[in-house]
Each structure stands twice: as C-alpha cells, then as structure tokens.
Design a protein around this ligand. Structure first.
Ligand code: SF4
Ligand code: SF4
Length: 298
C-alpha cells in the first residue's frame, strides 16, 4: 500500500481533486481511498487531504504520516516544513510551481519531482486559481500506473457537466506542460531512508523569485509566500473618489496596503489575497473589486 498526501488552499478544489484521482484509479483497476482534513473554514486556509493506494480495497481512513506521494496544489505550500513532514525518501512529489529548488531546499529526497506552473495555467483555463485538475493531470504524468485516459474518464463520469470542458482542458495541460526531474536513488524505495544522490537528469533554470514580506522591523525581513496567488479579484482604486484617509490600510487583514509617495493607498498585489475588506470599509467607495481574469487576458 502506498500513501498520498495533498496540500493546498481552501477554494482550490483539493477535495474534488482527491475524489477525482480516486475515481481515476478505480478506472485503472486500483483502489485509492481519500479523506480530507480542513483547517479553519475560510477561503485560502490550509487544506490537506490523504489517500491510500492499493491493488485491494482500502479500509484505513486515518491521516497519512509517511507519504510516498506528495501533491502540492498551491505555491504557498512549497516553503512550509509541514508539507514535507514524513515524506519517504525515494518517493514522488508533484508540485505547483516552476523552481525545483523551492522543493529540494526543504531537505526532501524524491526519486521524481514533477513541477507544473499550475496557477498560470489555471488562470488561462478557468480565469481563477483553481489548480485541482491541473495537478491531477500532472500526477498522471508522474505516476505511470495512472493513465491519462483513466483520469479523463473519471472527470467525464463524475464532475458536473458545466465544469467538464475546463476540467479536461486543465488536466490535459497539467499533464502535457509538467516538467519532470528525476534523481538517482541507491537502494530500495522504503520507509527506511535509502542513500540518495542529487543528480539531476533533466532540469531548467529557476524562473520565479522568492518573495519577502514588505513589512517587518526593518532589521530582519520576514520570509513569506506570495499570498497574491490566492486572489480571484483585486482592489482597483478610483483616485478621484479617494480622500487618502488610510482606512483601507487599517482594515486590510494582512496589512499589504501601503501609502505611496503621491499619498494614495494601494495594495501590494504580490500579497493581496482579494478578500475585499478594504473595498467594503472604504467610506468613499473608491475601491472596486475586479475579477483577476480581467488583468490576465492576453
Ligand atoms: S479607505 Fe478609501 S478613501 Fe480612504 S484611502 Fe482607502 S481607498 Fe482612499
Ligand atoms: S482585498 Fe484589500 S483588504 Fe483584502 S488583502 Fe487585498 S488589499 Fe488587503
């Protein structure tokens, strides 16, 4: 039996992604039992799901502590030690991102690392950050026991009709655009750590910079993640209406609105998660929440 753990953000369809993988494995003649675990109930909070893969029906339904497979649905999870906790050396990691160093620098030793620029593809396919089917497609690329046909059949048979077209397109692009990195493993893949050589057989240069929080005490910057990838809407300022009172900055829950040299307050979009609190609190209605897809049109 192999264990699978999935990490992502609330609203990205991780639970549906896990169920779709489960149905896909059934189509491929195997069994994947999946169970989710939620954090606080809000969009953008951490969500984890667990799965057990076997040739026989699976009865265990508890959490997985030593996953052989990791699927990371959102770049915000790449730098969290909890994401990799217990990962078995020699296993397979499928991650939403472009820079394999972001994963390898966390001390894991996979035999295969599959990276896919899921957020970019998600915006191009669905207009939001719903990466679930893209990561399922990339998972098929990583795991030969799961053919793409089995995944596409699972989507057609189990997802609502109005989601099928974008889901199939997302899965196919996730599969086709994933970049596969393989590493030499000495010894068997097992829960006992095998010797591992970091020998890259296929690679490319990192594309994405690591962000730092714009706030802090000045002496020591807080290294964080680009929470800006969570948003599906962003605040747009109408300067004519703004009285530069700063109330929006006061209420922003992640304090990402800063005063510019012109006196206007604007959100740092690398961190703004699109919650809309600023627009709600603005006394002059000078902020409008606009769909993120409007800014990503080619
Ligand atoms: S709360 Fe509204 S009026 Fe005040 S600074 Fe922010 S955008 Fe301008
Ligand atoms: S939408 Fe407004 S309040 Fe919410 S994170 Fe972005 S800037 Fe802050």
């Amino acid at each position: 039996m192999k264990e699978l753990r999935m990490h992502g953000k609330g609203g990205q369809g991780i639970v549906v992604g896990g169920e779709t993988l489960s149905n896909a494995f059934l189509n491929a003649g195997k069994f994947l039992a999946v169970m989710p675990s939620y954090g606080v109930e809000r969009r953008g909070s951490d969500v984890t799901a667990f799965g057990r893969l076997s040739d026989e029906p699976v009865r265990e339904n508890c959490m997985c502590y030593e996953p052989d497979y990791l699927v990371i649905f959102d770049p915000s999870q790449l730098k969290k030690p909890a994401t990799y906790k217990g990962f078995v050396p020699g296993g397979v990691i499928v991650a939403c991102g472009t820079d394999p160093e972001e994963v390898l620098s966390m001390g894991v030793k996979p035999s295969k690392l599959v990276m896919v620029d899921g957020i970019r593809i998600a915006y191009e396919v669905t207009g939001n950050n719903l990466t679930n089917m893209i990561m399922c497609g990339a998972f098929c690329r990583a795991v030969p026991e799961l053919p793409m046909e089995a995944l596409l059949k699972a989507i057609e048979e189990n997802l609502p009709k109005n989601f099928q077209k974008t889901s199939i397109l997302g899965a196919q692009r996730g599969h086709d655009e994933a970049v596969v990195y393989t590493y030499e493993i000495h010894g068997e893949h097992s829960k006992k750590a095998p010797a591992w050589t970091r020998h890259v057989l296929a690679c490319r240069e990192p594309e994405k910079p690591r962000y730092e929080a714009p706030w802090g005490n000045g002496a020591e910057k807080i290294v964080t993640v680009d929470t800006g990838t969570w948003k599906v809407v962003r605040p747009v300022l109408t300067e004519e209406s703004c009285i530069r009172c700063g109330i929006c900055a006061t209420y922003c829950p992640i304090q990402c609105i800063r005063k510019g040299e012109d006196g206007y307050f604007r959100a740092d979009l690398d961190y703004c998660k699109g919650c809309g609190v600023c627009a709600y609190e603005c006394p002059k209605k000078a902020l409008t929440m606009v769909q993120e897809s409007e800014f990503r049109k080619a």
